[in-house]
Design a protein around this ligand. Structure first.
Ligand code: ATP
Ligand code: MG
Length: 465
């Protein structure tokens, strides 16, 4: 703003200066014309000025001060106005000769008696009895013009700087006023204690934008709170889930050690301990998988997997368990289908689904693992003829540690199976479809992206055990 004001002031000052000097020059020229006409008109040789047109310095508020002097071309003073008091006006060297030759009037500037003057040297032609070339010099002090200009300059400087100062103060205040809610929000955000229960900003936002900012930040804080709550719950549940089997294990070992036992008894206790330890280590593995999925560390290494092999492998793994449970485990379809995914993770997801299907079928019936292609996707379904899942339970099935009615009745399990399936399907960019009817059975279907090209040779690695 200061810069704009300075440039504007400079332009304005220059314009005024030009106008005032033009006016002064015009008045000098006019006066020269009048006096030249007067001297030309005089019938006799007595040349004189119209003295009433030339104000004196002492009366300059009535009439502007002007001086005039007539010179012969040789530089001889011929006539002066009375206000010169017999003194000569100073003349720049060789100007008389030059103007006498060119016959063109010329403006000059000169210093005289400590003052600045603007003058006009005007050719008069032949004059007087001698019939010599004469020149008239008209002069005016520039002081009145300079006074106006310096006053104008003072006023400009004062206006520009006081205006800038005022604008600066106002701008400062306005900016402070505008960012006050932001500062308040920053202050509150900085002092938020994330260990407490609920976190909200209460900054008094008085504009729509600020209100929106507070709302957005609060909804973000809400999501962070929910995520924190989930983590806390997860940690507490995980601790609890691990503690229960460890307590049982410890109890079994303590009881076994209370007295001497036969080798068969020790063998039985160790066998049971091994089974329990397998359960604990598989639980730990599930927890690690979920923790990795939370921190974005569940990164699939996608390859093109023949679906048929995937299904056969899962069926082979559960053939023994299914037989023991009296369940008919069947594989259908999948021929020629190829899915894009991480073999280890997808096998793990399918294992969990087949495990559920067998576990909850409670003996008898059939579990079908099938696959087909639709709309660029491969759908792998695990269907059972078990008890089915009620409508109220369905929304919670994928929650961690959630065990439904059927789950709680079955002894084995910790409620992490479907949560892991969901995390695995998520990182593959797929989805899960659920279909269940109480008393008729359940079908869980994984929808995965189909690979465009079929691999020459299978892509299954040995699954981790
Ligand atoms: P885990 O899988 O960790 O051993 P879980 O099987 O109980 O334990 P999930 O696999 O996540 O845990 O399943 C959650 C709940 O969903 C189960 O407790 C059970 O109530 C219900 N459920 C899952 N699959 C079926 C199914 N095929 N038939 C009936 N209920 C099922
Ligand atoms: Mg399960």
């Amino acid at each position: 703003m200061l810069l704009v004001a300075l440039v504007g002031s400079a332009l304005g000052y220059n314009a005024l200066r030009r106008i005032l000097y033009e006016q002064l020059d015009r008045s000098l020229y006019r006066l020269a014309e009048i006096e030249a006409a007067g001297t030309a008109d005089s019938r006799d040789s007595s040349v004189h000025f119209h003295e009433e047109l030339f104000g004196a310095e002492s009366r300059r508020e009535v009439l502007p001060t002007r001086y005039a002097e007539v010179w012969s071309v040789d530089g001889e003073p011929v006539l002066r106005t009375a206000n010169l008091g017999g003194q000569d006006l100073p003349l720049p060297a060789d100007i008389l000769g030059r103007i006498a030759e060119s016959n063109v009037p010329e403006f000059v500037r000169f210093e005289w008696q400590g003052q600045s003057y603007r003058g006009l040297v005007y050719p008069l032609g032949l004059l007087g009895a001698q019939h010599k070339v004469h020149l008239m010099q008209i002069a005016a002090p520039t002081e009145p013009v300079d006074t106006v200009l310096s006053r104008f300059l003072r006023m400009l400087v004062l206006t520009v700087f006081s205006g800038t100062l005022l604008a600066w103060i106002l701008g400062w205040w306005l900016a402070g006023y505008a960012v006050r809610p932001v500062m308040q929000i920053i202050g509150q955000a900085e002092s938020l204690d994330m260990t407490g229960a609920e976190h909200r900003l209460t900054a008094a936002a008085d504009t729509d934008e600020m209100r929106r900012l507070v709302t957005v930040l609060n909804s973000m804080l809400g999501r962070i709170d929910a995520a924190f709550d989930n983590q806390r719950r997860f940690l507490a549940d995980a601790g609890h889930e691990i503690k229960t089997p460890l307590t049982i294990l410890r109890g079994d070992v303590e009881v076994a050690l209370r007295r001497d036992r036969s080798p068969e008894e020790y063998q039985a206790v160790l066998g049971q301990t091994l089974e329990d330890l397998k359960g604990v280590s598989s639980l730990a593995e599930d927890l690690i998988t979920l923790a990795r999925s939370d921190s974005g560390g569940l990164e699939p290494r996608p390859t093109e997997l023949p679906v048929q092999r995937l299904l056969t492998r899962v069926a082979d793994r559960y053939a023994g368990v299914a037989r023991q449970a009296g369940i008919d485990l069947v594989v259908q379809g999948g021929d020629g289908l190829v899915v894009l995914g991480d073999s280890g993770l997808l096998e793990r997801a399918l294992n969990n689904l087949v495990d559920n299907a067998i576990k909850y079928s409670r003996g008898g019936g059939r579990v079908t693992v099938s696959a087909n292609a639709a709309d660029g996707c491969v759908r792998i379904a695990v269907a059972d003829e078990g008890p089915g899942i009620s409508g109220e339970e369905r929304p919670r099935l994928f929650e961690r540690f959630y065990r439904g009615e059927t789950g709680r009745r079955a002894a084995r399990g910790s409620g992490l199976g479907l949560a892991i399936v969901s995390a695995i399907v998520d990182v593959h960019g797929g989805s899960i479809e659920f279909d269940s009817e109480l008393g008729r059975g359940t079908t869980v279907c994984l929808v995965l992206p189909e690979a465009r090209e079929r691999p020459a040779d299978g892509g299954l690695e040995e699954p981790a055990t």
